[in-house]
Every structure is written in C-alpha cells, then in structure tokens.
Design a protein around this ligand. Structure first.
Ligand SMILES: [Zn+2]
Length: 397
C-alpha cells in the first residue's frame, strides 16, 4: 500500500503507520491504528442506539455503558483473531514483532513469508477459526442466556451483548474468508494452490488476481447497496474496504513481479567496493567539505579500521549548526551500527530490497566477517530490477 517504487513489503510484513502501542501480550506489541478510535466511536454510538430501541426499559446511560462493554469485547475478539495468526506463525518459527489493529481488523507483522504451504494454510486459517469459535460461543450464550439468568434480571444485558459478539465474529470470519489475497481466505486459497502446484510464485499471482476480483465485486455490491437499496453508508463502507483490498492485492502482484525479476541474484556483484568512508573523530565540517560537497555523497559509512561503527547521512549533518561544524565529530551525529540494517554479499537482492523499503537511507553497508566490504546503493538495485524487467521475455508477466 506504499507508493514507493521499491518493493512494497508483503501484507504480513507491512508496517502500519499512524499507530500507537497500547499493550504487550506474549512478547508481541499490540498497536492500535488511529482509524480504530473512529471505528470504536461509531460502533459505540450505533450499538447504544440499537440496544436502546430494543430494550425500552434501559436508560440512555445504561444503553451507552452496555454499548461500550460490547465494543470493548468486539475489540478483544479482533485481537484474539490476530493473536491466533501470530501464535501459529510463531509455532513455525516466524517472528511476530507486533499486531496492529486498524480499520479492517488487524495486521500481524511477520518478519518473513511462511516457509511452506501447510504453515501458511494453518496460519491463515487460525484467525477465522478463532472468530468462528468466539461467534458460536457468543450465539450460544445469547440463546441460552434468558433461561440461565432468569432469576437474575441484573444479568439480562448479557444476552444482547452475547448475540452481538456472536454475530459480528461470524461476519468477521465470513469477510476474512473471501478468497482474495491478502485476506485470510486468499491466503488459504494461495496455500492450497501452492500445495497443489508446488509453485509459490504462481500461487501468489493467482491469489492476488483473486483479491482484485473480490475488490471489484465489493465495489459492485457497494454500488447496488448505495443506489438500489438505499443503504448509502453500507455501500460506501464496502467501497472503502474494496479500495484497501485492491491496493493490497496490486502491491502483492508488483512485489511478486519484482521478486521474480530478481531471480537468484545476490548482493555481492551489485555492491560498490570502491566507496568513501570516514573515521569517527573527523569533524562534521571536514566531512561536508571533503566528501559530501565535492562527491555529492548522501550517506557515508563511519569506520574504525575495517569495522563499521555507524553511518552519517545528510540529514544527520544538517542537524549540526554551522557554527559548530568545526568542533562536532561525526560520531556524535551518526546512526550507530547497531541501529543500521546491513546485508552480506551472499544475501539475495530481495532481502536487500526489503531492508531498503524499511529505511530512507540511500545505501546499505555490506558486511562480511565483521568487515565493511562494500556499500549497496538503492539506485543500483532499482536499476537492476528495471533492466531485468526490460529484458524479460514478453508475456512472462
Ligand atoms: Zn485474519
């Protein structure tokens, strides 16, 4: 969904901007996207309204409080859905750093793609399976609550809340099971095609096309709702979801195209071994005068001997007031090596592209046996991809 020409990371690995951390569960950061606060507000208002009209004896305050409780339970069940994905992912040694809840549900950020068709199948199915279980339990409680709580009228609100949670979780499961990548159903679909054809690239392409088809169908359904059934809001809502789905499916196709253009290429042949570096004690002014201006360098590795200790970029240098250029060593403003992404000459170019997409820096230091042996420029990788695409036989796409 990002507009960069470098590979957009796949949905599992996508970072969602504009979110804040609210909790940490089982070592996984739980983040909430700002759109969620809006959704929460809308859910509370519409629930308070429907609870109020279905239970005429309830005061407005009571309807509102029950609506807030129901909305929190809804929120927790979406979280349960995402945690199920994350725990299965971890079972297959895929590191999950965070879960972001946003407008369409959630995104579990995985460091890499699933290793096998079976692991993807189980991982993708775990979320909707959880939603279905919560949904059935909710409906069950809702159906049996009246007889269970007959003697305790104070517990009567449990019934509408349980019915709501039951229904919404079944809707959630049904929506997520639509067979369009990157929805869960699309991933299940991809894993099956992958398992049958033994070809992940083809499977991804088919599933992503499926995502575009589902997006188009959602737009059609939205138009019908908006104009023929006079349900404009629901129609707009569907169109909005379709927009996200279309973008994600398209980004996946693009990613897959780039990955296949890269083939088995490695970092080594493409890195520059003839590059400028600077020791840590050199002053900012000297680096600007001797390296940045004459050679138009936008980022310079800071080395001690052959060991990389940091990287200083134009943005770092600009933070130093000109009056202090002569007395500020670069090590004071550089990004330390521990915070930098690096690659090795044997890494696939795809790995380098993923790292570029997570940083603004124009280069990645290339490290071998603890020594800085080269730098890989973003432009070199992008140029390589363009060249491969240009020379690729027509029709391969
Ligand atoms: Zn899911």
């Amino acid at each position: 969904m990002r507009g960069r020409h470098s590979a957009a990371p796949s949905s599992y690995a996508r970072n969602v901007a504009g979110s804040i951390r609210v909790a940490r569960i089982l070592g996984i950061d739980i983040r909430i996207h700002f759109s969620w606060f809006l959704i929460f507000f809308i859910v509370v208002l519409s629930l308070a309204d429907s609870f109020g009209s279905e239970n005429v004896t309830w005061s407005d305050t009571k309807s509102f409080v029950i609506a807030v409780i129901a909305a929190v339970l809804f929120f927790l069940s979406v979280l349960g859905h995402e945690l199920a994905h994350a725990l299965v992912a971890r079972r297959f040694a895929m590191n999950v750093s965070s879960i972001t809840l946003f407008v369409l549900g959630g995104v579990a950020n995985l460091a890499k793609e699933p290793p096998t068709a079976l692991s993807e199948f189980l991982m993708a199915a775990a979320g909707p399976a959880t939603s279905i279980v919560i949904g059935l339990v909710g409906l069950g409680i809702g159906i049996f609550a009246p007889s269970l709580f007959q003697s305790a009228p104070a517990l009567q609100p449990i019934q509408p809340v349980a019915l709501y949670i039951g229904q919404i979780n079944l809707y959630l499961a049904a929506f997520n099971l639509l067979p369009g990548f990157p929805l869960d159903g699309g991933r299940v679909f991809r894993s099956i095609v992958w398992g049958v054809t033994k070809d992940r690239v083809t499977a991804t392409r088919i599933a992503a096309r499926g995502g575009q088809v589902v997006a188009a169908l959602l737009v059609l359904a939205g138009i019908v709702l908006a104009f023929r059934l006079d349900a404009t809001i629901n129609g707009l809502w569907l169109a909005f979801i379709a927009y996200f789905l279309w973008n994600a499916a398209t980004a996946t196709l693009q990613q897959e195209r780039i990955t296949s253009a890269l083939g088995g290429a490695k970092v080594g042949p493409l890195m520059a071994t003839d590059f400028k570096s600077t020791p840590p004690g050199v002053m900012v002014g000297q680096v600007i005068r001797d390296l940045v201006l004459p050679m138009n360098l936008r980022a310079i590795p800071v080395v001690s001997g052959e060991r990389l200790i940091g990287l200083v970029a134009i943005g770092d240098l600009r933070k130093v007031d000109q009056a202090r250029w002569a007395e500020t060593p670069v090590e004071q403003v550089m990004t330390p090596a521990a915070e930098l992404s690096t690659v090795s000459p044997d890494d696939p170019l795809g790995t380098a592209l993923e790292k570029f997409s997570a940083t603004e820096l124009p280069l990645l230091p290339v490290i071998k046996d603890g020594r800085l042996v080269g730098v890989l420029y973003r432009e070199s990788v992008i140029g390589y991809v363009r060249m491969q695409e240009m020379l690729a036989p027509q029709g391969r796409r």
